[in-house]
Design a protein around this ligand. Structure first.
Ligand code: SF4
Length: 359
């Protein structure tokens, strides 16, 4: 017997094509889309505006699934972290970071990562595979289920208001699936997270950044972490392949297409490595040279067992931030969240994988 087809993650056109195979008109796809992504149903029998006959055909040939929740930790500051498992047993992490009246869900795009940034715990886990579009969207659906945010309210007062594609993996190494997934997440007749509230973070895969601007137009964050090629290549070996000049030119292109948005440059503060005032001056010069509408996000480093770096002192981080601001760039320091729940990306997965091996 053929395996059932997963509906979560199909684009609108793909869903319509499946319905056409069943002899149904395109408006049925629209109705089902609404059930899947506005109402969050996981059972065909709940789709009450479809005929009984169609519901039966759908349950015979299709499924609506969610990733399995293997573990969930909730920090004292209400940050929530899930370890999710897919049908083949592969696992990724997802995090929800609540603010007062809104919050961001941080989703993963790959199991492991091939980029190998030296400060990153996920980077030490190698790449296993790309996630499908359904597995990427499925993470957000799990968060919606957990916070009972169904149906999708028409107004903007929901808690899961933002999506950041900043979890495990390099999204631009899995771009086709990421594009499909983010189009689903931003679709106004479904999950309806506006593109202004979606941020995609890349390590700087320069040749693919323009496609993100053209096809998605979401906010862009670039992991910079160093102001020159020599230092960046040491911290992020991907810089040997796509050096700063190429990354900055790709940022310029991005801003020609997505004109209204600043690009956020993520900058991890590593003690004695990239946190001198001279580094701040070089960053300012770099942004001015390429005329990028930029802001910085200074990130206190969250060390993990076996890592080679230490976090910069608070004083050093603040001095660095002030220097960038003097140069004309906003440079807030990210507040560390979920410190008590192994918040560094990839740590919960490693810990659970080890525990499960011992069983
Ligand atoms: S920081 Fe991102 S791109 Fe770099 S190794 Fe980690 S997951 Fe991959």
């Amino acid at each position: 017997m053929n395996e059932k087809i997963e509906l979560i993650g199909l684009s609108r056109d793909e869903l319509a094509a499946e319905l056409a195979k069943l002899g149904e008109k395109p408006f049925r796809a629209k109705q089902i889309w609404h059930w899947l992504y506005n109402q969050g149903v996981t059972d065909f029998s709940a789709m009450t505006n479809l005929s009984k006959d169609l519901r039966e055909k759908l349950s015979a040939g299709y499924v609506i699934s969610r990733p399995k929740v293997v573990a969930r930790q909730i920090s004292s500051d209400k940050t929530s972290k899930w370890l999710l498992e897919f049908a083949d047993g592969q696992r990724v992490e997802m995090v929800y970071i609540p603010e007062e009246d809104r919050g961001a869900v941080c989703i993963s795009t790959q199991v492991g990562c091939a980029v190998g940034c030296t400060f990153c715990h996920t980077g030490s886990q190698r790449i296993t595979r790309n996630l499908t579009a359904g597995e990427i969207v499925g993470q957000f659906l799990v968060a919606r289920d957990a916070y009972n945010e169904w149906p999708t309210p028409a107004n903007e007062t929901r808690f899961l208001s933002n999506v950041v594609v900043m979890g495990m993996g390099e999204p631009l190494h899995n771009l086709d699936n990421v594009i499909t997934a983010l189009k689903i997440i931003s679709d106004g007749e479904g999950l309806a997270v506006s593109k202004r509230r979606i941020t995609l973070s890349t390590s700087g895969i320069a040749p693919k950044m323009t496609r993100v601007a053209q096809e998605l137009g979401v906010k862009l964050a670039v992991s910079l972490h160093a102001p020159n090629n020599e230092l960046r290549s040491k911290i992020m070996p991907i810089n040997n392949k796509y050096p700063l000049e190429e990354v900055m030119q790709a940022c310029q292109e991005y801003q020609k297409i997505v004109t209204s948005r600043f690009i956020t440059f993520e900058y991890l503060m590593l003690d004695g490595i990239n946190d001198s005032l001279d580094c701040a001056h070089q960053l300012i010069a770099l942004m001015k040279k390429y005329k990028i509408g930029a802001k910085f996000n200074l990130i206190p480093f969250n060390p993990w067992p076996g890592c080679a770096y230490k976090p910069s002192s608070r004083n050093r981080v603040m001095a660095f931030s002030r220097e960038l601001e003097k140069g004309g760039y906003a440079a807030p320091v990210r507040v560390a969240r979920g410190q008590d729940i192994l918040a560094a990306c990839g740590q919960l997965k490693s810990k659970k994988d080890e525990e499960d091996k011992k069983k």
